[in-house]
Ligand binder design. Structure first.
Ligand code: ADP
Length: 577
């Protein structure tokens, strides 16, 4: 009986377990179903996401190619405008005409900045900016920008003051075009938003870490300033802090966003400090490889007189200028005293009769101008042998009426480089040896050498052909033209040109195909230098030209200097053949 009961209990227990198992199985099933359905959902979502991603990639791609096309379409007629302006500006013009021409030129340049900004921004958005790493000199970049924008500042009556730390190594490896772009944007803004006063550009060295040198560049203006609540917005896309300001000054609101991105790509940061009504200071730092072999060469050797025996008096009513020139004089180890007030300076020399070898006098000062002060100094017998150097932001021709070269030993146009200031001090005292003397002032290149070259220009656009003929025609006297690649190919077979300037987008046969056809010809005529002259200026376009066998690329619109530099190179090559 007991055994029977035991079995019955066992069966019941088993049945219970079975029930529990079934319940678990049921739960399992429903969990599996839920999992299956969420898996399905997930898959659907994944598909949706992939589709959205593809759509956005497509959108981005078509946006980039739309922008590239638009840039090409705008650059083509711009080439006509910029080229013709350059050709016209070389002819005899009345001052009114050359004034109008300057306006056309600056409008064209503004339009180009706009196109480049939009293109760059689309590259920034797509994460497509690659940096170059080539050797360059930091002071050349700064002076280039200062020279180009200096005219614009001068037209507004603003002084550009530049300081480059003389101890800074000058030769680096990096992307000079991008650095120039950031600097141009900051100085352009400073000029745009400063009604009067000065803009101070300084470049100093920072720290060295992991063999990278930090270079710190700042642009300080005395302009309208930016309200505190707007400072954060500055580096956001399409933001201009105040629409009324934008309407008055123009611009895309992209410049600072692009500058920030590029600074970050070079390992640095960009900052701004500003006060409404007082001005702004933008500072950015970049990290570069230093080229050890080439040291800063702005040193003056073989000075007969001991440097410490030379005494200098500096008079300038602008505190920033005093600061910059003082740093240069200190760095060279020269004795000097500086005065911000010309009356104080004059009273001191009358009273003290200290030995002063060189007076550095600013021209444009409130109390006396530099030349009047020079005349007063020269009336004092004690200083009759002292040298006088005038520092001026007005050119010599602008102050010709008052200039007197019997009293003044040297005239220097601001902004000044270290070697211009120091070199002029030494040369006024006749202390320079020949080697140092050659450092003194950069010689302007006078346009242009005539090259004995047979040139073919290929373009389907008549205006651009005319521009090319006029500009290239200033440097060579044997130019033919062709309207498409096929015609160019036939003409080259018959005439054997020394160089071919080839547009890329053309009907019948484009420039790329024409180039590859030329490269298939007999050796002697197949290796003619071919220059792509194209309004497609994106990196991919330039690479495509190189890949097909073109030797050089010039972006439209181009300048006379671009062509002249290239012809210099090609002439050398042709001579060697
Ligand atoms: P934009 O091409 O419009 O100048 P930016 O990105 O370079 O674009 O500048 C954005 C805005 O920041 C400007 O429209 C202006 O309102 C402000 N800004 C930039 N630089 C200065 C400056 N130096 N002084 C005052 N405002 C400035």
């Amino acid at each position: 009986m007991d055994t029977y009961l035991n079995i019955e209990n066992k069966v019941r227990e088993l049945e219970d377990e079975n029930k529990q198992l079934r319940a678990i199985m049921l739960q399992w099933d429903s969990a599996e179903n839920t999992l299956k359905s969420s898996n399905g959902e997930l898959k659907k979502n994944e598909q949706k996401l992939t589709m959205a991603l593809k759509a956005s990639e497509y959108k981005n791609k078509s946006k980039s190619s739309f922008l590239a096309n638009m840039s090409h379409e705008i650059r083509t007629p711009m080439n006509g405008i910029v080229g013709m302006v350059e050709v016209l500006s070389q002819s005899k013009l009345t001052s009114e005409q050359s004034h109008y021409l300057k306006i056309i030129n600056s409008s064209a340049e503004n339009l180009l900045v706009l196109i480049n900004d939009i293109l760059d921004f689309s590259k920034v958005e797509a994460g497509k900016i690659d940096l170059e790493n080539i050797e360059f000199s930091i002071d050349e970049i700064i002076w280039n920008v200062v020279n180009i924008l200096g005219l614009k500042a001068k037209d507004k009556g603003i002084e550009l003051i530049t300081y480059i730390d003389n101890k800074l190594p000058r030769n680096y490896k990096g992307d000079k075009v991008r650095i120039q772009q950031i600097l141009t944007n900051l100085i352009n803004n400073a000029i745009k938003f400063t009604p009067n006063g000065e803009i101070y550009i300084s470049c100093e060295s920072g720290i060295v870490k992991n063999n990278k040198h930090q270079v710190i560049i700042s642009v300080q203006d005395s302009g309208i300033g930016i309200a505190k609540e707007n400072l954060q917005k500055l580096f956001e896309s399409y933001t201009q802090v105040d629409e009324t300001i934008t309407r008055r000054y123009g611009g895309t609101g992209l410049g600072l966003v692009i500058s920030k991105k590029m600074t970050e790509l070079m390992g640095g940061k960009i900052n701004v400090e500003s006060k409404v009504g007082t001005g702004s200071i933008f500072t950015f730092d970049i990290w570069l490889d230093n080229i050890e072999a080439k040291k800063n060469n702005d040193t003056f050797e073989a000075i007969e007189k001991n440097k410490s025996e030379i005494n200098i008096m500096l008079v300038d009513d602008n505190a920033i200028n005093i600061n910059v020139f003082s740093k240069y004089l200190e760095s060279e180890g020269l004795n000097f005293k500086s005065y911000i007030n010309p009356v104080d300076a004059y009273n001191t020399i009358v009273k003290e009769e200290n030995n002063i070898d060189v007076f550095l006098l600013d021209y444009n000062m409130l109390e006396y101008n530099g030349i009047d002060l020079a005349k007063k100094i020269k009336l004092i017998d004690f200083y009759k042998n002292s040298k006088i150097i005038i520092l001026s932001s007005l050119s010599l021709s602008e102050i010709n009426d008052v200039y007197d070269n019997k009293i003044i030993d040297k005239f220097l146009l601001k902004p000044l480089r270290y070697n211009e200031l120091i070199g002029s001090i030494y040369s006024s005292l006749k202390l320079l040896n020949k080697k140092s003397n050659s450092l003194n002032i950069d010689k302007a290149k006078i346009c242009c050498d005539i090259h004995p070259l047979k040139v073919l220009v290929v373009d389907d656009n008549k205006v651009n052909l005319m521009v090319a003929k006029l500009i290239i025609g200033k440097m060579v006297n044997n130019i033919d033209i062709a309207y498409d690649g096929k015609e160019a190919l036939e003409m080259h077979i018959n005439n054997k040109y020394d160089i071919i300037f080839m547009d890329v987008h053309m009907p019948v046969m484009n420039g790329l195909i024409a180039t590859s056809e030329i490269r298939k010809l007999d050796n002697y005529i197949s290796n003619v230098p071919i220059v792509a002259m194209s309004a497609s200026a994106m990196k991919e376009d330039i690479e495509a030209c190189k890949k097909i066998g073109m030797d050089y690329h010039i972006s439209k619109p181009y300048k006379m200097d671009d062509i002249s530099n290239l012809l210099d190179k090609v002439s050398e090559l042709v001579k060697q053949h």
